[in-house]
Design a protein around this ligand. Structure first.
Ligand code: FMN
Length: 166
C-alpha cells in the first residue's frame, strides 16, 4: 500500500523534510501540502507521515485539525510525526509533544525534530521583529538536520518498531 506525507510550511523547511522523506521511502509515496490541497481519503494508505513547523510555540492550525479530524483512522495506521523548529533538544521535544495529540505521539512509529532554518529575506516585518527581539537571532541560519530525517525514515521502516506499535 502507498504512503502519504502531509505537511505544512511557512518558509520551506518542513517541505524540504517532506520531500526528503518521500525520496528516502521505498514504494509509492504521495506528498501533499495542506496549504493548497485537501488531504486525500486515507483508505488507500497504510502509512501516514505528518509534519509542520513551529511559530511562537504552535504548529500550523491545519495540521492540528487534520490530526484531530482523522484521529480514529490514524490510530489504525503506521504513523510518523515531525516538526521543524529552531529550539533544540528538550525544548524542541516539548514543542513536538505540545503540538500533536498525545495518543498519536504514543502510537507513532517514529517522531522527529529536524531543526530549522531562518531566512530574513523570506520574512515579513513582524516575523523579523519576533526573531530579532524574542529569539535574538539577526542573521540567516540553517540548523536543518538531515541525519535526523534519515534516522526518522529508518525507524519508519524498522519491522521491529512496527510490531511494537501494534
Ligand atoms: C515568526 C517566527 C516564529 C518562530 N517561533 C518559533 C518557536 O516558537 N519555536 C521554535 O523552535 N522555532 C520558532 N521559529 C523557527 C521556525 O520554526 C523555523 O524557522 C522553521 O525552520 C520554520 O519552518 P518552515 O519554513 O517549514 O515554516 C519561528 C520562526 C518565525 C519566522
Amino acid at each position: 500500500m502507498a504512503k502519504l506525507i502531509v505537511y505544512m510550511t511557512s518558509h520551506g523547511c518542513a517541505e524540504k523534510a517532506a520531500n526528503l522523506i518521500g525520496d528516502m521511502l521505498p514504494g509509492e509515496v504521495r506528498v501533499v501540502n495542506l496549504e493548497n490541497t485537501d488531504p486525500p481519503p486515507l483508505d488507500s494508505f497504510d502509512t501516514v507521515i505528518i509534519g509542520g513547523s513551529i511559530r511562537i510555540g504552535s504548529i500550523q492550525k491545519r495540521i492540528r485539525k487534520f490530526c484531530d479530524k482523522q484521529i480514529e483512522t490514524l490510530l489504525k495506521k503506521q504513523i510518523g510525526l515531525y516538526i521543524c523548529c529552531m529550539y533544540e533538544d528538550e525544548k524542541a521535544r516539548v514543542q513536538l509533544l505540545n503540538n500533536y495529540p498525545e495518543v498519536l505521539v504514543n502510537h507513532a512509529k517514529a517522531t522527529g525534530v529536524f531543526g530549522g532554518e531562518l531566512d530574513f529575506n523570506a520574512m515579513n516585518a513582524f516575523e523579523k521583529m519576533i526573531i530579532r527581539d524574542v529569539i535574538g537571532i539577526t542573521v540567516n541560519i540553517s540548523l536543518f538536520d538531515e541525519k535526523a530525517v534519515r534516522e526518522f525514515v529508518e525507524r519508519m521502516l524498522d519491522p521491529v518498531a512496527s510490531l511494537r506499535s501494534q
